[in-house]
Design a protein around this ligand. Structure first.
Ligand code: GTP
Ligand code: MG
Length: 197
């Protein structure tokens, strides 16, 4: 798929104010600082479209970007930000779970996982929650440029082992680097296939 246009539409804290759920939508989610906003900029080839930061917790709202005048990419606030207060974490859970659970136009949740790390409890718990809700999701292993492909493969294998303790099948996954622009065609192709079906 060629991304011809990518346009910021709105930022929201209220589900009631989101764009009408009539266009296919793909939500990007994962731990704070995992590289969600960077990945969105890489996919759309627009550097400043989604705000990125070295400080975790940059994205605080549900951000809608309209692609090729036909479907949405949604940038979500990260989970697991260690310095967030208990109230903030509880609010995040309620707000994001509510969005993911209720959004009729949501086609697939793109769960970003830092490829440098051993399986993290919070990521596994989040995948399990998506499974319990019957929401369709894929995994996107980010920042693959930061270590050797051998190390990335090892971490993916460990994640696979942990996740298949609860899932019969390991979900489809992508390996990406926003720095090297890798994994772009694969993710856009995946989305294109769903949009066409
Ligand atoms: P929050 O909105 O705070 O949850 O973070 P986020 O998941 O949107 O992460 P963001 O895209 O802002 O990136 C966090 C940091 O990681 C930034 O300093 C990025 O430059 C860096 N980063 C993101 N993706 C990559 C990547 O593929 N490779 C490398 N080397 N750095 C990356
Ligand atoms: Mg962000």
């Amino acid at each position: 798929m060629i991304v011809k246009t990518a346009e910021f539409i709105c930022s929201n804290t209220q589900i009631s104010k989101l764009p009408p759920p009539v266009k296919a939508e793909y939500a990007f989610i994962g731990r704070s600082n995992v590289g969600k906003s960077s990945l969105i900029n890489m996919l759309t080839a627009k550097k400043g479209l989604a705000k990125t930061s070295q400080t975790p917790g940059k994205t605080q709202l549900i951000n809608h970007f309209f692609i090729n005048d036909s479907w949405y990419i949604v940038d979500l606030p990260g989970y697991g930000y260690a310095r967030a207060s208990k109230t903030n974490k509880a609010n995040w859970n309620k707000f994001i779970h509510n969005y993911l659970d209720k959004r009729e136009s949501l086609q697939c949740v793109m769960v970003l996982i830092d490829s440098r790390l051993e399986p993290q409890k919070i990521d596994l718990e989040f995948c399990n929650w998506l499974g319990e809700k019957g929401l369709s999701f894929v995994l996107v292993f980010t920042k693959a440029d930061k270590q050797s492909s051998v190390k990335t493969d090892q971490n993916i294998a460990k994640f696979k082992k942990s996740l298949t303790e609860t899932f019969e099948e390991f979900p489809q996954y992508f390996v990406t680097s926003s720095e090297l622009q890798s994994g772009r065609d694969e993710i856009l192709g995946f989305i294109d296939n769903i949009n066409k079906s």
